[in-house]
Structure formats: C-alpha cells, structure tokens
Design a protein around this ligand. Structure first.
Ligand code: NAD
Ligand code: TDX
Length: 332
C-alpha cells in the first residue's frame, strides 16, 4: 500500500476538523504563523471541549470557522470540494469521560472518520510495563484499553481500510501526551495548574507511578505538517519527543514551580483500567522526515504552560467549576 517515495505536497486550502480544540487550534495557529499562503477552514462542532476563542485573532481571510458535525455527510459533501487536504483532529478526547459515557466517542471517533491526515494517539497500542525496555513502534499490534482508545483504534483501522480499498490518499499519526496552551482543564497538567491557582489541592490517581511520554503541542503541529506534506501515502508515523515521566514526577515539578510543598496534593481513586505506561519510538519520523522536537526542556515548557494559564484565567475559568464538580462526583 505504501508508495516508495515521499510525496512533496503543497496544500493551499485545507480543512482542519476539531480546530477549536486543544491540539487542533495549536495546529491552526502554527499554520497561520508559518504558512500564510495556506487557507484553513476549521470544521468544529463546538462541544464542551471546543472554544472559538482558541483561534481568535487570526486573519479572517486566512482562517474561517464552520460550526458543524463531522458526522454530517451532507455538510461534508458541500464543504470538501475545493479543499486539497483534511487534517482530522475532531474527537472526543478524554478517557475519564469515555468510561462514564462511551456513546459520543463511538459517534464522533468511529462514524465520523473521513480521509487524508488522521490524527491519532499512542493509546491504540495499549500500555507497557513500567520496566519494559521496549517502546511503541508503528507495526505493534493494537490493544486499546479504554472506550476512548478503542474508538480511536477503530477509526485508525477504518482509515487503513479506506486507503487500501478505495485508494484514499491517507496518512496516520499516533502521538503521545501533548501539553501546552489551550488544553482543557479536565486534562492532567492544566487541571493541577488551575487547581493550585484556585486554592484546590491537585489530585493524583492511584499510585502516581503511571508514565506518560510528554510532547509540546507545537512539536506535534510541526510533525503533522511534515507528514501531511512529505509523508508516504498509506503510512503510519509515531510522534514522540523522548519525554517519559511518571505522573508523580510531573505533579511534583508543577508544585515546585508554583511554590507549593511537595506533598500538597491528594491521592484519589484510580482510573478503571488505567494504562501504566506509554512510550513512543519516533525513529521512523526522525529518519524519514528529519523531524526533531524543539521543546526539549520539559521544565521550561512547563514554566511557559504555567505562565499561560496564569495569564489566561478568562479562558479557563468558565469550565473549571463544572469540571471539578464532575470529578468530585467520581471520587476523583
Ligand atoms: P479536544 O477535546 O481538546 O478537542 C476536540 C475538538 O473536536 C473540540 O474542538 C470539539 O468541539 C471537536 N469535536 C468533537 N466532536 C466533534 C464532531 N462530532 N464534529 C466536529 N467537531 C467535533 O481534543 P485534543 O486533545 O485537542 O485532541 C485532538 C486530537 O488529537 C484527537 O483526535 C485526539 O485523539 C488526538 N490526540 C490527543 C492527544 C492529547 O494528548 N490530548 C495525544 C495524541 C492524540
Ligand atoms: O486529575 C488527574 N490526575 C491524574 O493522576 C487527571 C486528570 C489525570 N491523572 C493521570 C491519568 C493519566 O495517567 O494523569 C495521566 C494523564 O491523564 P490525562 O491528561 O487524562 O491523559 P491520558 O489519559 O494519558 O490521555 C491523553 O493522552 C493521549 C489525552 O487526553 C488523550 O486524548 C491522548 O490520546
């Protein structure tokens, strides 16, 4: 299925689904800053996770928002002609929500899958033991653990089938945990930063030993662009920045940087089926496309992220109370 030579594709008019979410909006901002010749149509349903403020201030002649559902086939039939690429970020993205109510995950993450560049997650590969020397590689078997990751795995499989059967010119990327500006306060790093700002103790699940492989969202944006423009059709690329850290280490780093004692947090109920460790082997992306992360100092990235949340209370305050009320109900 894979073509031998890398394509050299120069998109002019792209659709970015989920472009009002955390990673999608960072990608749109990155394209606006680095590729002013590219027009971006953002297609976003504006769920609880989507916020038009995330793309506010970008030139209106370059970035246009269409509010709509990726599952609306008629809308897509009207919207797609005239565009030369779709970068597909839209998804229900939070594991804890998928455990409470999987239905929207099946609707958006499986039924809505269209074509071209498909943004997925390392979680499709399941988890690794804490002491395992191995990291995830593109050809590893899919073993997702949560409703969220199994719906993402399903959509990856549909993309592969559509590429093989119908010749859709698709690529897939599976990225590790992103951090940076515009991430919803339900997620680990923003939750703890904004808890501290609000005077609420941070909350750590289970033993805190679970490991995530952190990447700055800007490095993810650049990797997606490199794959979209130079990746081989039909291929899967794993995106990671050698950023493995245990949750407790990340939390302690946040506490220290925000002037809190090392034990100023609560241990809370673990996530059911909680994946132990994710770790990406990014060799293929590095060797084939020459991609390298720029944000290699996690402490510095964390400082910038903390500063961003301190400076953007207006952005996250409206969602904070309801998010914490939902967690409190779950004993988390
Ligand atoms: P997010 O929840 O912040 O944003 C998702 C966006 O999709 C929101 O703007 C939402 O309104 C929109 N959306 C949801 N359902 C939709 C629908 N039916 N139609 C149109 N728009 C819809 O998510 P995120 O963290 O930015 O993740 C973006 C993508 O990256 C997802 O595909 C996710 O699986 C993947 N991913 C995320 C991470 C991570 O660390 N957050 C890591 C790897 C991959
Ligand atoms: O309050 C918390 N306390 C805590 O200990 C929260 C919200 C999380 N955690 C733990 C659970 C995880 O081990 O922190 C880790 C990170 O949690 P999340 O931010 O929910 O991310 P995760 O479940 O690892 O999934 C993320 O990375 C892969 C994204 O949300 C997914 O969309 C992406 O696919």
């Amino acid at each position: 299925m894979a073509e031998d030579v890398a394509q050299d594709f120069q998109p002019r008019n792209i659709i970015v689904t989920g472009g009002c979410g955390f990673i999608g909006s960072n990608f749109v901002r990155w394209v606006a800053a680095n590729h002013p010749e590219v027009h971006v149509t953002v297609l976003d349903k504006l769920t609880y996770a989507g916020n038009p403020e995330n793309i506010a201030g970008l030139p209106p002649e370059q970035v246009e928002l269409v509010v709509g559902d990726i599952c609306d086939a008629d809308l897509l039939d009207r919207l797609v002609p005239g565009h030369d690429a779709i970068v597909h970020y839209a998804a229900e993205s939070h594991n804890d929500n998928s455990i409470l109510d999987p239905e929207p995950f099946v609707r958006t993450n499986v039924v809505g899958t269209v074509r071209y560049h498909h943004v997925s997650t390392d979680e499709v590969y399941g988890d690794l033991a804490l002491d395992e020397p191995r990291r995830f590689r593109p050809d590893d078997p899919y073993k997702p653990s949560s409703p969220y990751s199994s719906t993402k795995a399903s959509s990856d499989l549909l993309v592969r089938a559509w590429a093989r059967t119908y010749g859709v010119r698709a690529t897939i990327s599976n990225c590790s945990n992103n951090y940076g500006p515009y991430q919803h306060v339900e997620k680990f790093i923003p939750r703890q930063i904004t808890n501290i700002i609000c005077g609420i103790r941070p909350k750590l699940y289970g033993t805190g030993e679970n490991v995530r492989d952190w990447i700055h969202t800007e490095d993810h944006s650049r990797a997606v662009w490199d794959i979209l423009t130079r990746g081989r059709i039909g291929e899967t690329y794993l995106i990671g920045a050698d950023g493995e850290r245990s949750n407790i280490d990340v939390l302690r780093a946040i506490l220290e940087r925000m002037g809190q004692p090392a034990d100023a947090f609560d241990w809370v109920r673990d996530r059911p089926g909680h994946d132990r460790r994710y770790a990406i082997d990014p060799t293929k992306l590095r060797e084939e496309l020459g991609w390298r992360p720029v944000h290699t100092d996690f402490g510095e990235g964390l400082d910038q992220t903390i500063a961003w949340y301190r400076e953007h209370e207006d952005w996250w305050r409206p969602a904070k109370e309801a998010t914490e009320a939902k967690y409190a109900k779950q004993g988390q």
